[in-house]
Design a protein around this ligand. Structure first.
Ligand SMILES: Nc1ncnc2c1ncn2[C@@H]1O[C@H](COP(=O)(O)OP(=O)(O)OP(=O)(O)O)[C@@H](O)[C@H]1O
Ligand SMILES: [Mg+2]
Length: 482
C-alpha cells in the first residue's frame, strides 16, 4: 500500500453519537472492506482522535423494507433488482478510548456526527496506542503484524482460557501464553492432563508416577478408595490413623510395589494390635477386620501409583533451572492425577504462607477435572487449594492459568475458581454456554452467535491484562516444528 495515506477513510459518524457510543455510515463500496471487529479511528470534530472497533453491522435499504409496501418490493416480486440509491451500510462502533499523549484515555467528549472515520490496515499498527508494553500475546485477528500488548502487572490476577474442544486452547497456551509468561520472568509448571498437548514439545517432562505424593495426600486417596476404611467421615478412625502412622514411619517409597504394600500393611497392623491391648477385645478385632478388608482394595496396583520419589521442591527447582517443567499425566487414574497435583499445590501454598515469593506460573489444562462445577471427593480438595493458591498468588507471584471447555454450569469451571481468573481468553463456546455468551453480549455488544462460530485459534481477550476496556479479538500463528 506504498504511498497511500493510512489509515484509510471509510465513512462518517451518524447522528445520535455519545461520548461512549457511535455508529459509522460507510462510504459507497466500503462495506466490502470493513469487517466486524475492524479497528478504526474517529477524528472527532469536537476534539481528539478516538480508537474504536466496528462491532455489529447492518445494511439498510428502505426500498425493500418488509414492514410496509414500497415500489421496491413490487420490483423485487417481479424478479427485477430494486433501486439501490437509498441503500447504505452502518457499523456500530465500540469505543476503546481517546488517543492521548500518554496513551489511551477515557473519551469524555461527545463524538460529533459527520466526524470522519478511518480504518487501520497493514503496516500502520494501532496496537501501539493501547499501551507501550513489549510483552504481547498473539496478534489482532486482522493482521499478524499487530501484536497485542498485555499488562504484565496483572499476571498474578490469573488467567482463564475457555472454548469448546478443538477451539485452540492448548495451542494458545503453548504458542503464546507460556512463552509470554517466560518473557515476563515466570518459571512455568504445566499440568498436562492428556500428556499429548505439552509433554512432547518441551524439554523437561516428568511422568506422573515419578512424582512423590505426600503422605497426607496418599492417605486421602486411600480413605476415598476404601470409604474411610469402613468408618463414617466424622467418626474417630483408628484404622486410618494407624495407616497414616505407617505411611510416615516406614520407608516404603522406591521399593517394589508388593514389598511397599506389605510394609505399610504390616506396620499398620502392628500399631492396631498394640493399641488394641488397651481396649475391649471385640473392638480390637473389628479394627483388624477393617484393616484387612481395606487392604483388599489397596492393591499392589494402587500402591504402585505412589512410589514416585521426585518431590515437589525438586519440581520447583527444575522449573527454576529449566524455565518450564511439564508433568506428563497421560498414564494414571483421575484420582492419582488429582493427588499428584494436590501434592504440588500444597507445597506451593506452604511456601507462600511462609512469605516466599515464587514467580511461578501453574498451567492447568482441562481445568474442570480439578475444579468442576460441583466437586466431589478429592476434587473438593483440589478445588479449594486452587482457590487458596489464587488468593495467595496475588501477593507472592504465583499465576494460575486454567483451560476449560465450558465456562459455567455443568460443563464449566467451578464458579468460585472462575471468579479468580481476572483475565480471560474466550474462543468458540459450547451451545450450553449460550447464557454466558449472552451476558458478554450485553456488556460488550459481541453477539452470542459470533461466539458460537468463532474459527479455531480465535479468542476474545478481556479482563485485567487487556489494556483496552473492551474485548479484543485475537488470533495467533502456529509455527511449524516448534
Ligand atoms: N492459531 C491457530 N491457527 C490454525 N489452527 C489452529 C490454531 N490454533 C489451533 N489450531 C488447530 O486447532 C486444533 C485444536 O487445537 P487445540 O488442541 O489447542 O484445541 P483445544 O481447545 O485445546 O481442545 P481440547 O479441549 O480438546 O483440548 C489444533 O490441532 C490445530 O490444528
Ligand atoms: Mg486442549
Amino acid at each position: 500500500m506504498g504511498g497511500c495515506r493510512l489509515p484509510i477513510p471509510i465513512g462518517v459518524v451518524s447522528s445520535g453519537a455519545s461520548e461512549s457510543r457511535a455508529s459509522v455510515i460507510l462510504y459507497d463500496g466500503m462495506e466490502k472492506l470493513v469487517k466486524n471487529e475492524s479497528l478504526v479511528v474517529i477524528r472527532n470534530k469536537n476534539g481528539g482522535d478516538v480508537l474504536a472497533i466496528c462491532r455489529g453491522g447492518r445494511g439498510v435499504n428502505d426500498n425493500v423494507r418488509t414492514a410496509s409496501f414500497t415500489p421496491g418490493i413490487a420490483y423485487a416480486k417481479t424478479g427485477r433488482t430494486p433501486s439501490s440509491v437509498k441503500e447504505f451500510y452502518i457499523f456500530n462502533l465500540e469505543i476503546i478510548g481517546m488517543m492521548g499523549e500518554n496513551g489511551l484515555e477515557q473519551n469524555k467528549l461527545i463524538i460529533a456526527p459527520t466526524s470522519l472515520v478511518e480504518m487501520y490496515i497493514g503496516e500502520d499498527d494501532p496496537m501501539r496506542y493501547l499501551c507501550n508494553s513489549d510483552l504481547t500475546i498473539g496478534h489482532y485477528w486482522a493482521e499478524p503484524r499487530w501484536r497485542v500488548p498485555v499488562l504484565k502487572q496483572y499476571i498474578n490476577y490469573h488467567i482463564g482460557i475457555f472454548g469448546v474442544t478443538g477451539s485452540g486452547k492448548s495451542y494458545l497456551a503453548r504458542y503464546e501464553v507460556i512463552p509470554f509468561l517466560r518473557k515476563a520472568g515466570y518459571s512455568v509448571i504445566i499440568m498436562d492432563w492428556k500428556g499429548s498437548d505439552y509433554a512432547p514439545y518441551f524439554e523437561s517432562s516428568i511422568p506422573l508416577d515419578r512424582v512423590k505424593i505426600d503422605d497426607p495426600t496418599v492417605l486421602r486417596y486411600f480413605n476415598q478408595l476404601t470409604k474411610n476404611f469402613g468408618y463414617l467421615e466424622r467418626e474417630e478412625n483408628p484404622v486410618s490413623t494407624a495407616v497414616e502412622q505407617a505411611l510416615r514411619r516406614v520407608e516404603w517409597r522406591g521399593r517394589p510395589p508388593e514389598e511397599a504394600r506389605s510394609l505399610i500393611y504390616q506396620h499398620a497392623k502392628l500399631i492396631l494390635e498394640q493399641n488394641a491391648k488397651k481396649i475391649k477385645a471385640e473392638t480390637g478385632q473389628l479394627w483388624l477386620d477393617r484393616l484387612d478388608s481395606s487392604f483388599e482394595l489397596i492393591t499392589e496396583e494402587e500402591v504402585e501409583r505412589f512410589l514416585g520419589t521426585i518431590e515437589p521442591w525438586q519440581i520447583l527447582t527444575m522449573a527454576k533451572e529449566k524455565g518450564i517443567v511439564v508433568i506428563d499425566m497421560s498414564k494414571g487414574e483421575k484420582e492419582q492425577k488429582l493427588a499428584a497435583f494436590y501434592s504440588i499445590a500444597r507445597y506451593l501454598k506452604r511456601l507462600m504462607e511462609n512469605k516466599q515469593r515464587l514467580d511461578v506460573a501453574l498451567v492447568i489444562d482441562e481445568g474442570p477435572q480439578y475444579a468442576p462445577w460441583q466437586p466431589r471427593g478429592l476434587e473438593r480438595d483440589t478445588t479449594d487449594i486452587i482457590i487458596d493458591l489464587c488468593a495467595l498468588g496475588r501477593s507472592y507471584g504465583l499465576s494460575i492459568v486454567i483451560l476449560s471447555q465450558g465456562m459455567a454450569g455443568e460443563i464449566g469451571l467451578n464458579a468460585a475458581v472462575r471468579r479468580n481468573l481476572n483475565t480471560q481468553f474466550i474462543g468458540r463456546i459450547h451451545p450450553l454456554d449460550f447464557e454466558e455468551a449472552q451476558k458478554l453480549a450485553a456488556s460488550y455488544y459481541i453477539s452470542p452467535e459470533i461466539l458460537l462460530t468463532l474459527p479455531e485459534g480465535h479468542f476474545y481477550f478481556l479482563g485485567r491484562m487487556n489494556p483496552s476496556p473492551t474485548p479484543l479479538l485475537i488470533s495467533f500463528q502456529i509455527k511449524e516444528g516448534s
